[in-house]
Design a protein. Sequence first.
Length: 187
Amino acid sequence: MSVFGGGRCLVAIMVIVLFSPCAQAVESYVDKYGLNRNSPAIEMGVQPLGVPSGVLSSIMQRDRILLEKLKGMGNPLLAYPFQRGADMLPALAEGRLDAALLGDMPTLLAAASGNVLIVGLVKQSPTAIVARGGAQVGALAGKRIAYVEASSAHQTLLQGLSSARLSEKDVKLRVGRESCENLGKIT
């Protein structure tokens, strides 16, 4: 008998994730875009609230020379707002998005899972690991650490653990969960 009870545990986890309200919220807002892999348009995913990627995407959407050239080639630029870079990854992998402005971790995940061309680096994320009492990263062994999966903060956490000669197995990782009602809202 396997640790996962013959695969039943893994199937149960997949069902919970696929049918959770948050997973459905992501699917519903992305599905409304009607992204199509056969579209002649260049369909680009953007994060309007991202800094500086939101500024860069806004400039691209207003660059008359770029827009006229693309339109003249029969490939108009269409930009779609996403709440998180990780939400763009399935559409990129399926060819429904032609381009995306992503943070560190979503870019690494996209590169690891498919044929991706990375054309530039806009910034390196200014994220930090915050702990009570100003603990050094090495002192976090055995402690609970919350993070947002597939985010730049996730990448910073992995790099920090590695620099302290720790692995994910040396700490208790907890994926932070956002309330579905608050997705995309500024509080």
